[in-house]
Design a protein around this ligand. Structure first.
Ligand code: DMJ
Length: 450
């Protein structure tokens, strides 16, 4: 599947950001501020790990010869960080090849002006040429998004380590300081924060979109520090406790889910994005006190099973973008606009963690069901495509092979069927785009200690 996805991208879209597999051409989009080759950089480490040597060399050659960082245009700080910086760093650590390190550092430098705000909380959009930055037009009142500014920590610590320049680590430690200072409603972290005042702008809380990877990076920061960053662990433990208290619910049919919260009112909906949380909670449970460990493993298993239900209850055996628990509905989309599947990884990501941490064979079975469904409904003549409706066996395709399909979905599926020592969870943490970064067993020189 990886070879098919890559070969078609190479044939029809090399150097563009994504492949359009129906029309057999490339897509550039406007998320990466003029940067190109998102699929190349996202695919590098997957090709390497899968030992697709020739294909890896093709991707590396493109990075060496054609990857241009002198670009202008509006880039998402978050997307550039998780896909490009994360992909380059991971490939450097896996291969030791300097080109990946120097490109990661050069790109990292270009992201720094986004932090020039009164609080040091970065704005979401940056022009990589001029360094000008601003907030997303759609984000409430010029605010920055929790899942965006909260998903820089892992990569930025590695940028400081590799460059010897503490500035990257300082920037993300300051974000943490601002978050620790501001009062949390019921212990929860709302999704919108003002980079000017450092106060919340709106009280919408979600473990899915807009919030998700902030929580993921707390527990992973602690793991990546070889369990020394106790501040991150405490923030994670406290946040999860509040989430469990206020957001975790059980449906009439016995399915555990995590609702969204709008100023105290619950929206009984779970996004596909929120399905990463089964894996995260299992990862954290490993290191919880003895009395909490089983509790969190059970919670992780229940959430993963609910996400599996969202797949199992569809005609394609792929899950919708969002599913609901109200008016008699359980784990199914109720709105036409939420029925699509865009090759997202979060459900197989949780299967991979659950498999590694429990070795219950059902996770491999569930992963195999996804493989079969992808082959049946998403494989088209020239690549893999998202589908517009998971509740029909003859879905129409969206003509987009997302770069995260190669970075994450296929990587997590592969790891689900590998031995545990292939990218062992003891030695690697995956950034939120599934790019593996090494655990700091030797103490970073440049990291800022709290
Ligand atoms: C990926 O880019 C990352 O996993 C991110 O954290 C969330 N969205 C996509 C995949 O769904």
């Amino acid at each position: 599947m990886m070879k098919f996805a890559w070969d078609n991208y190479k044939l029809y879209a090399l150097g563009k950001n994504e492949l359009r597999p129906l029309t057999k051409n490339g897509h550039i989009g406007n998320m990466f501020g003029g940067l190109r080759g998102a699929t190349v950089v996202d695919a590098l480490d997957t090709l390497y790990i899968m030992e697709l040597e020739e294909e890896f060399q093709e991707a590396k050659k493109w990075v060496e010869k054609s990857f241009d960082l002198n670009v202008n245009g509006e880039a998402s700080l978050f997307e550039v960080n998780i896909r490009y910086v994360g992909g380059l760093l991971a490939t450097y650590y896996l291969t030791g090849e300097e080109v990946f390190k120097s490109k990661a550092l050069e790109l990292g430098e270009k992201l720094l002006p986004a932090f020039n705000t009164p609080t040091g909380i970065p704005r979401g959009v940056i022009n990589l040429g001029s360094g000008m930055s601003w907030s997303w037009g759609w984000a409430s009142a010029g605010s920055s998004i929790l899942a965006e500014f909260g998903t820089l920590h892992l990569e930025f610590l590695h940028l400081s380590e590799l460059s010897g320049n503490p500035v990257f680590a300082e920037k993300v430690m300051n974000i943490r300081k601002v978050l620790n200072r501001v009062e949390k409603p019921q212990g929860l972290y709302p999704n919108f924060l003002s980079p000017v005042t450092g106060n919340w702008v709106q009280h919408h809380v979600s473990i899915g979109g807009l919030g998700d990877s902030f929580y993921e990076y707390l527990i992973k920061s602690w793991l990546m520090s070889d369990k020394k960053d106790s501040e991150a662990k405490k923030m994670y433990d406290d946040a999860l406790e509040a989430i469990e208290k206020h957001l975790v619910k059980k449906s009439a049919g016995g399915l555990t889910y995590i609702a969204e919260w709008r100023g105290g009112v619950l929206d009984h909906k779970m996004g596909h994005l929120a399905c990463f949380s089964g894996g995260m909670i299992a990862l954290g449970a490993e290191h919880a006190g003895q009395e909490r460990k089983q509790h969190y493993m059970d919670l992780a298993a229940e959430i993963t099973s609910t996400c599996h239900e969202s797949y199992a209850r569809s005609d394609t055996k792929l899950g919708p973008e969002a599913f609901r628990f109200d008016a008699g509905t359980e784990a199914m989309a109720t709105r036409l606009s939420e029925r699509y599947y865009i090759l997202r990884p979060e459900v197989v990501e949780s299967y991979m963690y659950m498999w590694r941490l429990t070795h219950d064979p059902k996770y491999r079975q569930w992963g195999w069901e996804v493989v079969k469904a992808l082959e049946k409904h998403c494989r088209v003549e020239a690549g893999f495509s998202g589908i517009r409706d998971v509740y029909t066996t003859t879905p129409t395709h969206d003509n987009m092979q997302q770069s995260f399909f190669l970075a994450e979905t296929l990587k997590y599926l592969y790891l689900l069927f590998c031995e545990d020592d292939v990218l062992s969870l003891d030695d690697w943490v995956f950034n939120t785009e599934a790019h593996p970064l090494p655990v700091n067993h030797t103490n970073f020189k440049a990291s800022v200690q709290q």
